[in-house]
Design a protein around this ligand. Structure first.
Ligand code: PA5
Length: 461
């Protein structure tokens, strides 16, 4: 079945936004087919594995079994991870159960806490607020050696052992890491932690449908079968060689053309759903780290990539929209719209407020109508100001549609990588800073990197 999530790029066309828009001839079907064939070859050769994830039913089943056993014992799941090892689980949880400060889905406990920072104030606050006797720890790092994750792991391990003893702590810590290498793999074996694996051909930011995302989701009571069903349907649509039935490819072509032909170097993702706000941060990493590259596959210096910006509708209408409508015309705006909210509210008809113009026209209307009208108005205002904008529409936000939507966005990113001719699956630009910080912290073998922060070798106690 093809996936019922729609991509609409009408307002990116010249007919809608004048010279800042693209023409249908800019969306080259031959380039699209080449990109699809090129990406398919990478998947078939084993270089890139994310499209194969829905085929792995066994992992999903063992994750579900493990989660079902542990869930009743705990009230909190503390996730230790960063980047691709944290943003996906956070995005899934907030999309399905709601933004963290107001999560209302009491039926599905435990709560998820994502410790993806080493700011000591942040880490201390977590530990003060969680009950170690009722907490499970998901320790996630693909490389197995990320400084942020291993430092918080050692702190949390001590906190847990002090409270419940080493033996019990060992049963409450579950590791997710590469299936072949890395220190976490060795630690998990030595400490006999339950371990789930990330396939070698699935990189961090594409790993949300490996145990990286599935395990916290299952622990928190999300329906991972439904999630993978959506992923599967998005795969079917994304391998379609017919452009009209392949929304991920349509979107890739539009993004690529607006960047390379119209200089839209920034993409604002305008999520008109508070539940999709967390997903915008997951997407921000996917888009930035995959496509922001210095060289192309031929080794030429190209400096590709759009800068992704996350915005929340309607909140950011009163914060960012002035810039988007009247500031530099260097952006494209992508709306994420949802057709049907889970709940709706009617604005009451309250007699004493009807005499006020600002209240009278709102009284009796559905809050969802106002929400939708504001999105439509923002789209219209941007179009009038010749700002190209497009829209993804999800019928609802549930596990099926989230699985499908995220997978479409991963395909869109992979296709765009092919269109730019770059490797969307590496991240050489983050390596140097990692090495320098290792050097500054006194890691053996990294001494020379410490010197990059100044003339003298510097060490941090
Ligand atoms: O997408 C990526 O590869 C990165 O963002 C990683 O996910 C991030 O650096 C964390 O790496 P690791 O999972 O190895 O700790």
């Amino acid at each position: 079945m093809s996936v019922p999530i729609r991509f609409n790029a009408q307002n990116t066309l010249k007919s809608a936004v004048g010279d800042h828009g693209i023409e249908t001839t800019d969306l080259d079907p031959k380039a699209a087919l080449d990109a699809l064939i090129g990406f398919r070859a990478r998947v078939d050769s084993g270089e890139v594995g994310f499209p194969n994830l829905p085929l792995d039913q066994n992992t999903a089943k063992s994750v579900e079994r493990f989660a079902a056993d542990l869930r009743g014992e705990v009230e909190s799941v503390l996730l230790l991870g960063i980047g691709g090892s944290a943003l996906g689980p956070y995005a899934l949880d907030t999309a399905i159960r709601g933004p963290h400060p107001v999560q209302v889905d009491k039926k599905r406990s435990p709560r998820l806490y994502v410790m993806d920072n080493v700011d000591p104030d942040f880490v201390s606050a977590f530990l003060e607020n969680l009950n170690p006797k009722r907490t499970a720890v998901c320790l996630i790092t693909k490389s197995g050696g990320t400084a942020e994750t291993l430092s918080t792991f050692m702190i949390v391990h001590e906190w847990l052992v002090k409270a419940i003893g080493g033996k019990k702590a060992g049963r409450r810590i579950v590791a997710v890491t590469d299936d072949r290498k890395g220190d976490l793999l060795a630690i998990a074996k030595a400490e006999k932690y339950q371990t789930f694996y990330i396939p070698a051909d699935v990189g961090g930011r594409f790993s949300v449908f490996t145990p990286v995302g599935l395990l916290p989701a299952a622990l928190c009571g999300l329906d991972i079968k439904k999630l993978l069903h959506g992923v599967h349907d998005a795969n079917t649509a994304s391998w379609s060689r017919t452009l009209e039935t392949n929304p991920a490819m349509q979107s890739a072509l539009v993004h690529h053309a607006l960047d390379t032909k119209r200089g839209k170097k920034i993409e604002v993702v305008f999520a008109y759903s508070a539940y999709l706000w967390g997903s915008a941060f997951w997407y921000r990493q996917l888009w930035a780290e995959s496509l922001g590259k210095r060289i192309n596959r031929k080794g030429e210096v190209v400096h590709t990539g759009q800068t992704p910006v996350a915005a929340l509708g309607v909140t950011d209408q009163h914060s960012q929209v002035q810039l988007y409508v009247e500031g530099p015309n260097d952006k494209m705006i992508t709306f994420w719209a949802v057709e049907k909210p889970r709940t709706d509210l009617k604005i009451p008809v309250t007699k004493q407020f009807l005499q006020y113009d600002s209240c009278a026209y709102l009284a009796g209307k559905k809050l969802s109508s106002l929400f939708q009208a504001e999105r439509m108005a923002t789209e219209a205002a941007l179009t009038e100001a010749q700002r190209p904008n497009c829209r993804w529409t999800l019928p609802r936000v549930d596990e099926y549609y989230i699985g499908a939507f995220f997978q479409l966005l991963e395909f869109q990113t992979a296709f765009c990588g092919e269109l730019y001719g770059i490797n969307a699956f590496d991240q050489p630009g983050v390596e140097l800073a990692k090495k320098i910080s290792n050097g500054l912290m006194g890691r053996k073998g990294f001494e020379e990197y410490a010197q990059k922060v100044g003339p003298k070798k510097q060490m941090i106690a």
